[in-house]
Design a protein around this ligand. Structure first.
Ligand code: SF4
Length: 204
């Protein structure tokens, strides 16, 4: 389910069965994923979802257009996210596609310290984007994981890492939702509210 800002330029997802009542923000997959490995591109669940739901792809495209105007994107996002919101998942689909775009998220997260923002990214693999991600991940209300798979190197030291189960290097807590132990990310809270610890996902 999607809700939009006045004028429809910004489309916010109303969560899903995994995330719970947190809100989500997404961009078109692949096009905005400069750190994606061939392994990731072959298995991209977001790409499959977009093909099944063209209206979502259209909404993600509008989000991308808005994000190209950093000031307008910041103002719209900051003004649209409701008071009392516990968490916003950045990028159920898509990723941090440039340093400029990542810097815009730094502004948004700083402007809304009342919200926890969390995300999993492969853009750490881009030398051009990684410095901005380093700033973003150190904000007190941001939980940012570096995603990897067995075809990618390990992320730099200090990053919380999201592993794939089949990766022999995988270490950390198996995702509680995928294990059937919790109803949603909000009831689990491990990725959002803990400040350390890796996570291990099964392949979608
Ligand atoms: S470990 Fe918990 S918070 Fe993290 S993705 Fe799984 S259910 Fe969500």
């Amino acid at each position: 389910m999607l809700t939009t800002s006045p004028g429809g330029a910004l489309c916010i997802g109303k969560g899903n069965i995994k995330i719970g009542s947190a809100l989500t923000f997404s961009l078109p997959s692949r096009l905005t994923c400069p750190g994606a490995s061939p392994w990731c591109l072959r298995r991209c669940y977001a790409f499959r979802y977009e093909r099944l739901r063209p209206s979502c792809l259209d909404a993600y495209g509008r989000n991308l257009s808005l994000s190209l105007d950093a000031d307008r994107f910041t103002e719209t996002m900051v003004g649209t996210l409701p008071r009392g919101l516990r968490g916003l998942r950045i990028h159920v689909s898509g990723d941090f596609y440039s340093a400029l775009y990542t810097n815009t998220w730094i502004r948004i997260c700083q402007a809304r310290p009342d919200i926890v923002f969390w995300s999993y990214t492969r853009s750490w693999f881009s030398e051009a984007i990684q410095p901005s991600l380093e700033v973003l991940r150190h904000l007190s209300n941001v939980r940012l994981f570096a995603s990897t798979d067995s075809t990618m190197p390990l992320p730099p030291a200090g990053w919380r890492t999201a592993f794939i189960e089949e990766d022999p290097r995988a270490q950390g807590m198996p995702c509680k939702k995928q294990q059937g132990h919790v109803e949603s990310c909000l009831t689990c809270g491990y990725c959002l509210f803990s400040e350390s610890g890796h996570v291990v996902f099964k392949v979608h």
